[in-house]
Write a protein that binds this ligand. Structure first.
Ligand code: C5P
Length: 221
């Protein structure tokens, strides 16, 4: 039954945003709430898995019996994910990792100059955490990514699946109001190498249960 479809499995999930420091008081980040990743962690735990949840800065309670590792920026999330992934069966990348970070972090608070009307920040690329794990040749878990898109959702998700060498990608259209970022609801399409399957809009907690059942079925084949 669904109550034990992940019994004995180790699952690692990343969730929430990352925060990339500019100076001691400022950072770049995004509006990710972490709700989808936390809901997946709870659903996986209830399905019998041992769950490690690697969380960026979010305001959410840790699901019961889930091991939570708090991180701030993308490189910390990468380090925690790589460590946890060494002994896991399933890796789910639900975090909204900042693609770029400031090239340098000022030691002191940046000051504006008098009469300064413009300012520029140089950014450098962050590591792609899920692509790093999916590219492993040893100790490679079943690897799942998310794709939040505003147009051509399935096509972009398909190419991400290929490019990052994922086993599955969960695509959602973040252009619809009341779905995706910061919402309690989400509508997703699950895509793997065999095809795609759309799940209608539902509470993230209900969607998480359905996704965990789909993932369990795929990893038991
Ligand atoms: O390329 P894009 O950011 O749209 O891909 C989204 C997927 O990649 C998500 O699963 C996200 O968690 C993951 N990702 C990552 N590390 C990054 C950027 C995205 O793991 N630096």
């Amino acid at each position: 039954g669904s109550g034990d479809c992940l019994r004995g499995k180790d699952v690692v999930i990343t969730a929430g945003p990352t925060r990339e420091a500019l100076d001691p008081v400022r950072y770049l980040s995004n509006h990710s709430s972490g709700k989808m990743g936390f809901a997946l962690a709870q659903a996986a735990q209830r399905a019998g898995a041992r769950v490690t949840l690697i969380a960026g800065p979010v305001n959410l309670n840790t699901p019961t019996h889930v091991k939570r590792v708090d991180v701030v920026d993308a490189r910390e999330m990468r380090d925690a994910a790589e460590r946890a992934a060494d002994l896991c069966d399933i890796f789910i990348s639900a975090a909204a990792v900042a693609d770029f970070r400031p090239a340098s972090v000022a030691e002191q608070k940046l000051k504006k100059q008098e009469d300064q009307d413009e300012s520029a920040i140089v950014l450098v690329k962050n590591p792609d955490i899920v692509a790093g794990i999916a590219s492993r040749t040893e100790r490679r878990p079943f690897t799942i990514g998310f794709a939040a898109e505003t147009q051509q959702v399935e096509q972009y998700a398909q190419s991400k699946l290929q490019r990052k060498n994922l086993d599955m990608i969960i695509a959602n259209d973040v252009s619809c109001a009341g779905s995706g970022f910061n919402s309690d609801h989400n509508a997703v399409t699950v895509i793997d190498r065999n095809g795609s399957h759309t799940l209608p809009s539902a509470l993230k907690t209900d969607l998480a249960k359905q996704l965990i059942e789909i993932i369990a079925a795929k990893t038991q084949q």
